[in-house]
Design a protein around this ligand. Structure first.
Ligand code: FMN
Length: 172
């Protein structure tokens, strides 16, 4: 199995982490992976990232998204829709970045979780207030990616999700 196959097949949602910091250079690699994602218009990618390591801020985020609690780092993916060329597809751009980040986390020996925020307006407002963007109308919190070293008993491991019946050739 190539490294790529290994990463893509073993990525799992990891919801609990060891009490161990993630080095900044690993966080930067995850951010770089996010920015390598395809976007609906080259040069008009909407993504911005708020890296949260402060324990109090993490706890506040955890009140809205419980799985953030206990994570050593949370990255809030924020869409700057002013920058987007195609204004209606920002959630798709952001989703591509989010998945790239989760895969890079696996590549680095970490576990990660996609904590959904958008399109729930109330949740977006709550998260926006915590990270200080609620007054800025062009900034939309999309999701929170938590990463860390998987807690004891948790690991990225293969789970077969393939279902041949979902595949249709030429016509449905
Ligand atoms: C759009 C989206 C939102 C999600 N939101 C949450 C969430 O809020 N909390 C959570 O525990 N998992 C969340 N997940 C993770 C899914 O529950 C998880 O990917 C799914 O159960 C499949 O498991 P796997 O990631 O291990 O393959 C989300 C995933 C996606 C794609």
């Amino acid at each position: 199995m190539s490294d790529f196959e290994e990463i893509i097949n073993t990525r799992r949602s990891i919801r609990q982490y060891q009490d161990k910091d993630v080095d900044d250079d690993l966080i930067l690699k995850i951010l770089k992976a996010g920015m390598q994602a395809p976007g609906s218009r080259l040069g008009a990618e909407p993504w911005e990232f708020v890296v949260v390591k402060n324990k109090q801020t993490l706890a506040k985020l955890g009140e809205i998204k419980p799985r953030v609690t206990g994570a050593p780092v949370a990255i809030v993916l924020v869409a700057n829709i002013e920058r987007a060329f195609y204004k209606t597809v920002w959630q798709q751009d952001m989703g591509a970045a989010a998945e790239n980040m989760l895969l890079e986390a696996v590549n680095l020996g970490l576990g990660g979780l996609w904590n959904g925020v958008a399109p729930d307006e109330e949740r977006m407002g709550q998260i926006g207030r915590i990270i200080g963007i609620d007054e800025i109308s062009n900034l939309k919190p999309y999701c929170i990616i938590t990463v860390g070293y998987p807690a004891d008993g948790l690991e990225n491991k293969f789970m077969d999700k393939f279902d041949e019946s979902r595949i249709h050739y030429e016509k449905y």
